[in-house]
Design a protein. Sequence first.
Lengths: 252, 296
Amino acid sequence: MVENNKLSAKRVDLFYGDFQALHDVSLNMEKNKVTALIGPSGCGKSTFIRCLNRMNDVIEGVTIHGDILYDGKNIRTDFDVIELRKQIGMVFQKPNPFPMTVFENVAYGPKIHGIKDKTRLDEIVETSLRDAALWDEVKDRLHKPALGISGGQQQRLCIARVLAVNPEVVLMDEPTSALDPISTSRIEDLIDVLKRDYTIVIVTHNMQQAGRISDKTAFFYQGVIVEDGPTEKIFFNPENPQTEAYITGKFG
Amino acid sequence: MKNDTPSHERFIELMLFLFACVSIISVIGITFFIFEEGLPLFVHVNFFEFLLSSDWSPTADNPSFGILAFIIGSIFVTTISLIIAVPIGIATGVFMSEYANPKWSSIVRKGIELLAGIPSVIYGLFGFFFIAPIIRTLTSSDTGLGVLTASIILGIMVLPTIINTTEVSLRAVPRELKEGSLALGATYWQTIIRTLIPAARSGIIAGIVLGIGRSIGETMAVLMVAGNSPIMPKGLLSNTRTLTMNIVTDLKYAEVGSLHETSLFTTGIVLFIFILFINLLVHYFMKKSLERTQGK
Protein backbone atom coordinates (compact mmCIF):
# COMPACT_ATOMS: atom_id res chain seq x y z
CA MET A 1 0.00 0.00 0.00
CA VAL A 2 2.65 2.47 1.04
CA GLU A 3 4.35 2.56 -2.33
CA ASN A 4 1.02 3.50 -3.90
CA ASN A 5 0.93 6.80 -2.09
CA LYS A 6 1.57 9.61 -4.52
CA LEU A 7 1.32 12.23 -1.84
CA SER A 8 1.33 11.90 1.88
CA ALA A 9 1.04 14.51 4.55
CA LYS A 10 2.61 13.69 7.87
CA ARG A 11 1.51 15.59 10.94
CA VAL A 12 1.07 18.94 9.23
CA ASP A 13 0.39 22.03 11.35
CA LEU A 14 -0.24 25.32 9.62
CA PHE A 15 -0.40 28.79 11.15
CA TYR A 16 -1.60 32.08 9.70
CA GLY A 17 0.36 34.30 12.05
CA ASP A 18 -0.88 33.14 15.45
CA PHE A 19 -3.97 31.41 14.20
CA GLN A 20 -3.58 27.68 13.74
CA ALA A 21 -5.55 26.58 10.69
CA LEU A 22 -4.42 22.96 10.48
CA HIS A 23 -3.80 20.65 13.41
CA ASP A 24 -1.70 17.56 13.04
CA VAL A 25 -3.07 16.62 9.63
CA SER A 26 -1.91 13.31 8.17
CA LEU A 27 -3.31 11.95 4.95
CA ASN A 28 -2.25 9.59 2.19
CA MET A 29 -3.34 10.30 -1.36
CA GLU A 30 -3.04 7.30 -3.65
CA LYS A 31 -1.79 7.19 -7.18
CA ASN A 32 -4.47 7.29 -9.91
CA LYS A 33 -7.17 7.73 -7.37
CA VAL A 34 -9.44 10.64 -6.63
CA THR A 35 -9.17 11.85 -3.06
CA ALA A 36 -11.94 14.21 -1.96
CA LEU A 37 -11.52 16.69 0.87
CA ILE A 38 -14.83 17.64 2.40
CA GLY A 39 -15.98 19.69 5.36
CA PRO A 40 -17.76 22.92 6.24
CA SER A 41 -16.41 26.36 5.25
CA GLY A 42 -13.30 27.36 7.11
CA CYS A 43 -12.46 23.79 8.07
CA GLY A 44 -9.03 23.94 6.49
CA LYS A 45 -9.57 21.80 3.42
CA SER A 46 -8.57 24.52 0.96
CA THR A 47 -5.66 25.49 3.16
CA PHE A 48 -4.53 21.90 3.15
CA ILE A 49 -4.76 21.38 -0.61
CA ARG A 50 -2.72 24.56 -1.11
CA CYS A 51 0.04 23.02 1.01
CA LEU A 52 0.46 20.25 -1.51
CA ASN A 53 1.90 22.46 -4.26
CA ARG A 54 3.25 25.02 -1.84
CA MET A 55 0.79 27.71 -2.88
CA ASN A 56 0.76 28.90 0.70
CA ASP A 57 4.32 30.08 0.16
CA VAL A 58 2.78 33.06 -1.63
CA ILE A 59 0.86 34.16 1.44
CA GLU A 60 2.69 36.21 4.02
CA GLY A 61 2.83 35.07 7.62
CA VAL A 62 2.20 31.39 6.97
CA THR A 63 4.28 28.83 8.85
CA ILE A 64 4.03 25.11 8.27
CA HIS A 65 5.34 22.29 10.43
CA GLY A 66 5.37 18.63 9.53
CA ASP A 67 6.28 16.99 6.24
CA ILE A 68 4.57 16.41 2.95
CA LEU A 69 6.03 13.68 0.79
CA TYR A 70 5.60 13.48 -2.94
CA ASP A 71 6.78 10.17 -4.41
CA GLY A 72 8.50 9.66 -1.08
CA LYS A 73 10.44 12.91 -1.30
CA ASN A 74 9.94 15.96 0.85
CA ILE A 75 8.27 18.73 -1.16
CA ARG A 76 10.02 21.40 0.85
CA THR A 77 13.59 20.16 0.97
CA ASP A 78 13.90 17.84 -2.02
CA PHE A 79 12.17 19.99 -4.62
CA ASP A 80 12.57 23.32 -6.22
CA VAL A 81 9.14 24.96 -5.95
CA ILE A 82 9.01 25.50 -9.72
CA GLU A 83 9.67 21.84 -10.44
CA LEU A 84 7.16 20.80 -7.80
CA ARG A 85 4.39 22.94 -9.25
CA LYS A 86 5.15 21.61 -12.69
CA GLN A 87 4.45 18.12 -11.44
CA ILE A 88 1.57 19.03 -9.16
CA GLY A 89 -0.86 21.23 -11.08
CA MET A 90 -3.76 23.15 -9.64
CA VAL A 91 -7.23 24.15 -10.76
CA PHE A 92 -8.89 26.93 -8.79
CA GLN A 93 -12.34 27.66 -7.51
CA LYS A 94 -13.09 30.44 -9.92
CA PRO A 95 -12.10 29.83 -13.54
CA ASN A 96 -9.04 32.03 -13.98
CA PRO A 97 -8.04 32.03 -17.62
CA PHE A 98 -5.40 34.61 -18.47
CA PRO A 99 -6.63 37.58 -20.50
CA MET A 100 -5.19 36.19 -23.70
CA THR A 101 -6.31 33.77 -26.40
CA VAL A 102 -7.45 30.20 -25.78
CA PHE A 103 -4.32 28.94 -27.48
CA GLU A 104 -2.00 31.14 -25.47
CA ASN A 105 -3.61 30.08 -22.24
CA VAL A 106 -2.78 26.45 -22.90
CA ALA A 107 0.64 27.22 -24.35
CA TYR A 108 1.52 29.41 -21.35
CA GLY A 109 2.91 26.59 -19.21
CA PRO A 110 4.94 24.86 -21.92
CA LYS A 111 6.33 28.21 -23.03
CA ILE A 112 7.55 29.26 -19.61
CA HIS A 113 9.16 25.85 -19.29
CA GLY A 114 11.16 26.49 -22.41
CA ILE A 115 9.24 24.92 -25.30
CA LYS A 116 9.50 27.28 -28.25
CA ASP A 117 8.93 25.03 -31.25
CA LYS A 118 5.67 26.06 -32.91
CA THR A 119 4.60 22.60 -34.11
CA ARG A 120 5.37 21.10 -30.72
CA LEU A 121 3.26 23.80 -29.04
CA ASP A 122 0.42 23.18 -31.50
CA GLU A 123 0.55 19.51 -30.60
CA ILE A 124 0.56 20.12 -26.87
CA VAL A 125 -2.32 22.58 -27.10
CA GLU A 126 -4.44 20.20 -29.14
CA THR A 127 -3.72 17.17 -26.94
CA SER A 128 -4.37 19.10 -23.75
CA LEU A 129 -7.62 20.54 -25.03
CA ARG A 130 -8.74 17.09 -26.18
CA ASP A 131 -7.85 15.61 -22.81
CA ALA A 132 -9.85 18.33 -21.13
CA ALA A 133 -12.81 17.51 -23.42
CA LEU A 134 -12.80 21.02 -24.81
CA TRP A 135 -11.17 20.67 -28.22
CA ASP A 136 -14.33 20.27 -30.28
CA GLU A 137 -15.88 23.33 -28.71
CA VAL A 138 -12.94 25.68 -29.15
CA LYS A 139 -10.97 24.39 -32.11
CA ASP A 140 -12.41 27.13 -34.31
CA ARG A 141 -11.75 29.89 -31.82
CA LEU A 142 -8.27 29.03 -30.61
CA HIS A 143 -7.10 32.52 -31.34
CA LYS A 144 -10.04 34.29 -29.76
CA PRO A 145 -9.89 35.71 -26.21
CA ALA A 146 -10.33 33.04 -23.56
CA LEU A 147 -12.58 35.36 -21.57
CA GLY A 148 -15.13 35.07 -24.36
CA ILE A 149 -15.99 31.41 -23.75
CA SER A 150 -18.49 30.24 -21.14
CA GLY A 151 -17.63 29.73 -17.47
CA GLY A 152 -17.74 25.97 -17.76
CA GLN A 153 -15.54 26.07 -20.84
CA GLN A 154 -13.16 28.40 -19.05
CA GLN A 155 -12.79 25.95 -16.21
CA ARG A 156 -12.04 23.11 -18.64
CA LEU A 157 -9.58 25.46 -20.31
CA CYS A 158 -7.90 25.89 -16.94
CA ILE A 159 -7.73 22.11 -16.64
CA ALA A 160 -6.23 21.91 -20.14
CA ARG A 161 -3.73 24.56 -19.14
CA VAL A 162 -2.64 22.41 -16.22
CA LEU A 163 -2.46 19.25 -18.34
CA ALA A 164 -0.26 21.03 -20.88
CA VAL A 165 2.54 21.14 -18.34
CA ASN A 166 2.32 17.38 -18.09
CA PRO A 167 1.83 17.02 -14.34
CA GLU A 168 1.39 13.82 -12.38
CA VAL A 169 -0.99 15.19 -9.82
CA VAL A 170 -3.89 17.57 -10.37
CA LEU A 171 -5.20 19.48 -7.37
CA MET A 172 -8.67 20.95 -7.68
CA ASP A 173 -9.93 23.50 -5.21
CA GLU A 174 -13.74 23.47 -5.49
CA PRO A 175 -13.49 23.48 -9.28
CA THR A 176 -17.24 23.44 -9.92
CA SER A 177 -18.53 25.74 -7.22
CA ALA A 178 -18.87 28.63 -9.66
CA LEU A 179 -20.47 26.53 -12.41
CA ASP A 180 -23.96 25.52 -13.45
CA PRO A 181 -25.11 21.87 -13.07
CA ILE A 182 -24.45 20.89 -16.69
CA SER A 183 -20.92 22.28 -16.69
CA THR A 184 -20.39 20.63 -13.33
CA SER A 185 -21.36 17.23 -14.61
CA ARG A 186 -19.05 17.64 -17.60
CA ILE A 187 -16.17 18.33 -15.26
CA GLU A 188 -17.07 15.40 -13.07
CA ASP A 189 -17.08 13.11 -16.12
CA LEU A 190 -13.72 14.54 -17.04
CA ILE A 191 -12.27 13.84 -13.60
CA ASP A 192 -13.37 10.25 -13.96
CA VAL A 193 -11.37 9.96 -17.18
CA LEU A 194 -8.38 11.93 -15.93
CA LYS A 195 -7.75 9.68 -12.97
CA ARG A 196 -6.45 6.99 -15.31
CA ASP A 197 -3.41 9.14 -15.98
CA TYR A 198 -3.31 11.46 -13.03
CA THR A 199 -3.62 11.44 -9.29
CA ILE A 200 -6.40 13.81 -8.30
CA VAL A 201 -7.07 15.61 -5.06
CA ILE A 202 -10.27 17.63 -5.00
CA VAL A 203 -11.75 19.96 -2.43
CA THR A 204 -15.50 20.09 -2.64
CA HIS A 205 -18.37 21.65 -0.82
CA ASN A 206 -20.76 19.38 -2.53
CA MET A 207 -21.28 16.11 -0.70
CA GLN A 208 -22.96 14.37 -3.62
CA GLN A 209 -20.04 15.33 -5.80
CA ALA A 210 -17.57 13.76 -3.41
CA GLY A 211 -19.75 10.64 -3.37
CA ARG A 212 -19.96 10.50 -7.14
CA ILE A 213 -16.37 11.00 -8.11
CA SER A 214 -14.00 10.10 -5.32
CA ASP A 215 -12.33 6.88 -4.26
CA LYS A 216 -11.20 8.18 -0.93
CA THR A 217 -12.62 10.92 1.23
CA ALA A 218 -11.21 12.91 4.11
CA PHE A 219 -13.54 14.87 6.35
CA PHE A 220 -12.06 18.07 7.74
CA TYR A 221 -13.51 19.92 10.66
CA GLN A 222 -11.94 22.87 12.47
CA GLY A 223 -8.51 22.22 10.99
CA VAL A 224 -8.45 18.55 11.89
CA ILE A 225 -9.08 15.45 9.79
CA VAL A 226 -11.89 13.86 11.73
CA GLU A 227 -12.02 10.78 9.58
CA ASP A 228 -10.69 9.53 6.29
CA GLY A 229 -10.99 6.34 4.29
CA PRO A 230 -12.68 4.82 1.26
CA THR A 231 -15.52 7.08 0.13
CA GLU A 232 -18.17 4.40 0.51
CA LYS A 233 -17.18 3.79 4.07
CA ILE A 234 -17.17 7.49 4.95
CA PHE A 235 -20.57 7.95 3.39
CA PHE A 236 -22.36 4.82 4.45
CA ASN A 237 -20.55 3.64 7.52
CA PRO A 238 -18.70 6.47 9.20
CA GLU A 239 -17.05 5.74 12.49
CA ASN A 240 -17.13 9.21 13.90
CA PRO A 241 -20.47 10.75 14.91
CA GLN A 242 -19.34 14.17 13.65
CA THR A 243 -18.68 12.73 10.21
CA GLU A 244 -22.08 11.14 10.19
CA ALA A 245 -23.72 14.36 11.29
CA TYR A 246 -22.03 16.28 8.48
CA ILE A 247 -22.69 13.66 5.81
CA THR A 248 -26.35 13.46 6.71
CA GLY A 249 -26.61 17.24 6.62
CA LYS A 250 -27.06 17.92 10.32
CA PHE A 251 -24.49 20.74 10.09
CA GLY A 252 -22.15 22.38 7.67
CA MET B 1 -36.72 64.13 -8.87
CA LYS B 2 -40.06 62.97 -7.67
CA ASN B 3 -42.83 65.47 -7.21
CA ASP B 4 -43.00 64.90 -3.48
CA THR B 5 -39.40 66.01 -2.95
CA PRO B 6 -39.42 68.90 -0.49
CA SER B 7 -38.65 72.25 -2.08
CA HIS B 8 -35.46 72.89 -0.08
CA GLU B 9 -34.12 69.56 -1.31
CA ARG B 10 -34.84 70.66 -4.85
CA PHE B 11 -33.06 73.93 -4.14
CA ILE B 12 -29.94 72.12 -2.89
CA GLU B 13 -29.99 69.90 -5.94
CA LEU B 14 -30.23 72.91 -8.21
CA MET B 15 -27.35 74.68 -6.46
CA LEU B 16 -25.11 71.63 -6.70
CA PHE B 17 -25.99 71.31 -10.36
CA LEU B 18 -25.03 74.93 -10.98
CA PHE B 19 -21.69 74.45 -9.23
CA ALA B 20 -21.11 71.35 -11.28
CA CYS B 21 -21.62 73.43 -14.40
CA VAL B 22 -18.74 75.77 -13.54
CA SER B 23 -16.08 73.43 -14.90
CA ILE B 24 -18.04 72.59 -18.02
CA ILE B 25 -18.70 76.26 -18.71
CA SER B 26 -15.00 76.99 -18.15
CA VAL B 27 -13.93 74.38 -20.65
CA ILE B 28 -16.40 75.60 -23.22
CA GLY B 29 -15.38 79.18 -22.51
CA ILE B 30 -11.67 78.52 -22.89
CA THR B 31 -12.16 76.50 -26.04
CA PHE B 32 -14.32 79.18 -27.61
CA PHE B 33 -11.88 81.87 -26.54
CA ILE B 34 -8.71 80.36 -28.00
CA PHE B 35 -10.45 79.39 -31.23
CA GLU B 36 -12.03 82.79 -31.57
CA GLU B 37 -8.71 84.52 -30.99
CA GLY B 38 -6.56 82.08 -32.90
CA LEU B 39 -8.47 81.07 -36.00
CA PRO B 40 -8.43 84.54 -37.69
CA LEU B 41 -4.72 83.99 -38.33
CA PHE B 42 -5.66 81.82 -41.26
CA VAL B 43 -7.21 84.78 -43.03
CA HIS B 44 -3.67 86.05 -43.52
CA VAL B 45 -1.50 83.01 -43.18
CA ASN B 46 -1.82 79.79 -45.12
CA PHE B 47 -2.97 76.94 -42.88
CA PHE B 48 -0.38 74.49 -44.20
CA GLU B 49 2.39 77.03 -44.07
CA PHE B 50 1.61 77.64 -40.42
CA LEU B 51 1.85 73.94 -39.60
CA LEU B 52 4.56 72.85 -42.03
CA SER B 53 7.02 75.70 -42.17
CA SER B 54 9.73 76.05 -39.60
CA ASP B 55 10.38 79.69 -40.32
CA TRP B 56 9.24 81.68 -37.33
CA SER B 57 9.90 85.39 -37.88
CA PRO B 58 6.76 87.11 -36.69
CA THR B 59 8.29 90.55 -36.42
CA ALA B 60 10.16 90.61 -39.74
CA ASP B 61 9.15 93.10 -42.47
CA ASN B 62 7.77 90.17 -44.36
CA PRO B 63 6.66 88.12 -41.35
CA SER B 64 6.52 84.37 -41.41
CA PHE B 65 4.55 82.20 -39.01
CA GLY B 66 5.71 78.61 -39.20
CA ILE B 67 5.48 76.55 -36.02
CA LEU B 68 6.72 73.19 -37.29
CA ALA B 69 9.93 73.57 -35.29
CA PHE B 70 7.90 73.96 -32.09
CA ILE B 71 5.61 71.04 -32.90
CA ILE B 72 8.69 68.92 -33.49
CA GLY B 73 10.30 70.39 -30.37
CA SER B 74 7.30 69.41 -28.25
CA ILE B 75 7.13 65.92 -29.73
CA PHE B 76 10.88 65.42 -29.48
CA VAL B 77 11.16 66.51 -25.85
CA THR B 78 8.06 64.52 -24.88
CA THR B 79 9.29 61.38 -26.61
CA ILE B 80 12.69 61.45 -24.97
CA SER B 81 11.16 62.21 -21.60
CA LEU B 82 8.98 59.13 -21.95
CA ILE B 83 11.89 56.98 -23.03
CA ILE B 84 13.43 57.98 -19.73
CA ALA B 85 10.32 57.84 -17.56
CA VAL B 86 8.46 54.76 -18.83
CA PRO B 87 11.01 52.07 -17.88
CA ILE B 88 11.75 53.71 -14.53
CA GLY B 89 8.08 54.33 -13.85
CA ILE B 90 6.94 50.82 -14.70
CA ALA B 91 9.81 49.28 -12.77
CA THR B 92 8.95 51.37 -9.72
CA GLY B 93 5.27 50.51 -10.03
CA VAL B 94 6.10 46.81 -10.25
CA PHE B 95 8.39 47.11 -7.25
CA MET B 96 5.74 48.87 -5.18
CA SER B 97 2.92 46.56 -6.09
CA GLU B 98 4.74 43.23 -6.16
CA TYR B 99 7.96 43.34 -4.18
CA ALA B 100 8.07 46.11 -1.59
CA ASN B 101 6.88 45.32 1.89
CA PRO B 102 4.24 47.72 3.25
CA LYS B 103 6.84 49.82 5.05
CA TRP B 104 8.98 50.30 1.98
CA SER B 105 6.14 50.95 -0.36
CA SER B 106 4.74 53.57 1.99
CA ILE B 107 8.12 55.32 2.11
CA VAL B 108 8.43 55.25 -1.68
CA ARG B 109 4.83 56.38 -2.07
CA LYS B 110 5.40 59.40 0.16
CA GLY B 111 8.45 60.30 -1.90
CA ILE B 112 6.43 60.06 -5.08
CA GLU B 113 3.64 62.19 -3.66
CA LEU B 114 6.19 64.86 -2.78
CA LEU B 115 7.70 64.62 -6.23
CA ALA B 116 4.27 65.15 -7.75
CA GLY B 117 3.68 68.20 -5.57
CA ILE B 118 6.86 70.11 -6.37
CA PRO B 119 6.08 73.29 -8.37
CA SER B 120 7.38 73.17 -11.89
CA VAL B 121 9.53 76.25 -11.41
CA ILE B 122 11.53 74.27 -8.85
CA TYR B 123 12.02 71.52 -11.41
CA GLY B 124 13.26 74.25 -13.74
CA LEU B 125 15.75 75.51 -11.16
CA PHE B 126 16.92 71.99 -10.49
CA GLY B 127 17.40 71.40 -14.20
CA PHE B 128 19.21 74.67 -14.71
CA PHE B 129 21.57 74.47 -11.76
CA PHE B 130 22.03 70.74 -11.39
CA ILE B 131 21.26 68.78 -14.56
CA ALA B 132 22.56 71.33 -17.06
CA PRO B 133 26.07 71.52 -15.49
CA ILE B 134 26.28 67.74 -15.58
CA ILE B 135 25.27 67.68 -19.25
CA ARG B 136 27.79 70.45 -19.91
CA THR B 137 30.55 68.42 -18.27
CA LEU B 138 29.65 65.14 -19.92
CA THR B 139 28.95 66.36 -23.44
CA SER B 140 30.06 68.88 -26.00
CA SER B 141 27.15 71.16 -25.14
CA ASP B 142 28.19 74.73 -24.25
CA THR B 143 25.26 75.56 -22.03
CA GLY B 144 23.99 72.19 -20.99
CA LEU B 145 20.53 73.37 -21.95
CA GLY B 146 18.45 71.80 -24.67
CA VAL B 147 16.40 68.76 -25.61
CA LEU B 148 18.17 66.30 -23.34
CA THR B 149 18.07 68.42 -20.20
CA ALA B 150 14.44 69.33 -20.79
CA SER B 151 13.61 65.67 -21.37
CA ILE B 152 15.30 64.57 -18.17
CA ILE B 153 13.37 67.15 -16.17
CA LEU B 154 10.09 66.26 -17.86
CA GLY B 155 10.87 62.60 -17.35
CA ILE B 156 11.15 63.16 -13.62
CA MET B 157 7.98 65.23 -13.63
CA VAL B 158 5.86 62.53 -15.26
CA LEU B 159 7.28 59.71 -13.14
CA PRO B 160 4.62 59.97 -10.41
CA THR B 161 1.82 59.62 -12.95
CA ILE B 162 3.31 56.53 -14.54
CA ILE B 163 4.27 54.94 -11.24
CA ASN B 164 0.84 55.46 -9.72
CA THR B 165 -1.13 54.13 -12.63
CA THR B 166 1.21 51.15 -13.00
CA GLU B 167 0.91 50.30 -9.32
CA VAL B 168 -2.85 50.75 -9.24
CA SER B 169 -3.40 48.72 -12.40
CA LEU B 170 -1.18 45.90 -11.16
CA ARG B 171 -2.96 45.80 -7.83
CA ALA B 172 -6.26 45.59 -9.67
CA VAL B 173 -5.23 42.36 -11.40
CA PRO B 174 -7.19 39.56 -9.71
CA ARG B 175 -5.13 37.43 -7.34
CA GLU B 176 -6.45 34.35 -9.11
CA LEU B 177 -4.48 35.22 -12.23
CA LYS B 178 -1.25 35.51 -10.32
CA GLU B 179 -1.86 32.23 -8.53
CA GLY B 180 -2.88 30.56 -11.78
CA SER B 181 0.46 31.44 -13.29
CA LEU B 182 2.51 30.50 -10.22
CA ALA B 183 0.66 27.19 -9.95
CA LEU B 184 1.82 26.33 -13.47
CA GLY B 185 5.38 26.54 -12.24
CA ALA B 186 6.09 30.05 -13.46
CA THR B 187 8.60 32.07 -11.48
CA TYR B 188 7.44 35.28 -9.88
CA TRP B 189 9.23 37.31 -12.52
CA GLN B 190 7.71 35.29 -15.37
CA THR B 191 4.32 35.83 -13.77
CA ILE B 192 4.86 39.58 -13.65
CA ILE B 193 6.12 39.82 -17.22
CA ARG B 194 3.74 37.37 -18.85
CA THR B 195 0.56 37.67 -16.84
CA LEU B 196 0.39 40.68 -14.55
CA ILE B 197 1.74 43.35 -16.88
CA PRO B 198 -0.28 42.12 -19.88
CA ALA B 199 -3.39 42.03 -17.69
CA ALA B 200 -2.68 45.55 -16.43
CA ARG B 201 -1.61 46.76 -19.85
CA SER B 202 -4.45 49.13 -20.63
CA GLY B 203 -4.15 50.88 -17.29
CA ILE B 204 -0.41 51.25 -17.66
CA ILE B 205 -0.81 52.66 -21.16
CA ALA B 206 -3.44 55.09 -19.88
CA GLY B 207 -0.86 56.29 -17.35
CA ILE B 208 1.76 56.72 -20.04
CA VAL B 209 -0.62 58.71 -22.22
CA LEU B 210 -1.51 60.83 -19.20
CA GLY B 211 2.24 61.40 -18.83
CA ILE B 212 2.45 62.46 -22.48
CA GLY B 213 -0.23 65.02 -21.78
CA ARG B 214 1.61 66.36 -18.78
CA SER B 215 4.90 66.44 -20.69
CA ILE B 216 3.56 68.20 -23.73
CA GLY B 217 1.66 70.76 -21.67
CA GLU B 218 4.47 71.60 -19.27
CA THR B 219 5.68 75.17 -19.68
CA MET B 220 7.72 76.68 -16.88
CA ALA B 221 10.26 73.93 -16.34
CA VAL B 222 11.04 73.45 -20.02
CA LEU B 223 11.21 77.19 -20.52
CA MET B 224 14.10 77.29 -18.04
CA VAL B 225 16.12 74.41 -19.43
CA ALA B 226 15.36 73.85 -23.13
CA GLY B 227 17.46 76.70 -24.48
CA ASN B 228 14.50 78.32 -26.25
CA SER B 229 15.85 78.89 -29.77
CA PRO B 230 13.09 79.04 -32.39
CA ILE B 231 14.87 76.54 -34.60
CA MET B 232 14.36 72.99 -35.65
CA PRO B 233 16.08 70.81 -33.02
CA LYS B 234 18.84 68.78 -34.61
CA GLY B 235 19.76 66.43 -31.84
CA LEU B 236 19.67 65.72 -28.14
CA LEU B 237 21.99 68.61 -27.31
CA SER B 238 20.31 71.08 -29.60
CA ASN B 239 18.39 74.02 -28.16
CA THR B 240 14.71 73.76 -28.73
CA ARG B 241 11.45 75.60 -28.26
CA THR B 242 8.18 73.83 -27.60
CA LEU B 243 4.63 75.02 -28.36
CA THR B 244 4.08 76.10 -24.78
CA MET B 245 7.40 77.94 -24.68
CA ASN B 246 6.54 79.77 -27.86
CA ILE B 247 3.37 81.18 -26.36
CA VAL B 248 5.05 82.41 -23.19
CA THR B 249 8.16 83.76 -24.85
CA ASP B 250 6.49 85.71 -27.64
CA LEU B 251 3.60 86.98 -25.57
CA LYS B 252 6.08 89.26 -23.84
CA TYR B 253 6.81 91.29 -26.94
CA ALA B 254 3.95 90.65 -29.35
CA GLU B 255 2.11 93.88 -30.09
CA VAL B 256 -1.42 93.99 -28.82
CA GLY B 257 -3.89 93.18 -31.59
CA SER B 258 -1.16 92.15 -34.02
CA LEU B 259 -1.08 89.09 -36.18
CA HIS B 260 1.85 88.00 -34.05
CA GLU B 261 -0.38 87.94 -30.99
CA THR B 262 -3.08 86.06 -32.88
CA SER B 263 -0.54 83.47 -33.97
CA LEU B 264 0.16 82.66 -30.32
CA PHE B 265 -3.48 81.77 -29.80
CA THR B 266 -3.26 79.66 -32.92
CA THR B 267 -0.27 77.91 -31.37
CA GLY B 268 -2.56 77.38 -28.39
CA ILE B 269 -5.15 75.75 -30.65
CA VAL B 270 -2.56 73.27 -31.88
CA LEU B 271 -1.57 72.48 -28.30
CA PHE B 272 -5.24 72.18 -27.37
CA ILE B 273 -5.88 69.68 -30.14
CA PHE B 274 -2.88 67.62 -29.04
CA ILE B 275 -4.21 67.52 -25.47
CA LEU B 276 -7.74 66.75 -26.61
CA PHE B 277 -6.49 63.82 -28.63
CA ILE B 278 -4.39 62.57 -25.70
CA ASN B 279 -7.38 62.80 -23.36
CA LEU B 280 -9.47 60.75 -25.75
CA LEU B 281 -6.73 58.13 -25.77
CA VAL B 282 -6.56 58.10 -21.96
CA HIS B 283 -10.31 57.68 -21.83
CA TYR B 284 -10.19 54.82 -24.27
CA PHE B 285 -7.46 52.93 -22.40
CA MET B 286 -9.05 53.54 -19.00
CA LYS B 287 -12.28 52.05 -20.30
CA LYS B 288 -10.45 49.10 -21.75
CA SER B 289 -8.55 48.59 -18.54
CA LEU B 290 -11.77 48.53 -16.55
CA GLU B 291 -13.31 46.01 -18.91
CA ARG B 292 -10.23 43.84 -18.65
CA THR B 293 -9.97 43.71 -14.88
CA GLN B 294 -13.67 43.06 -14.61
CA GLY B 295 -13.21 40.11 -16.90
CA LYS B 296 -15.51 41.29 -19.64
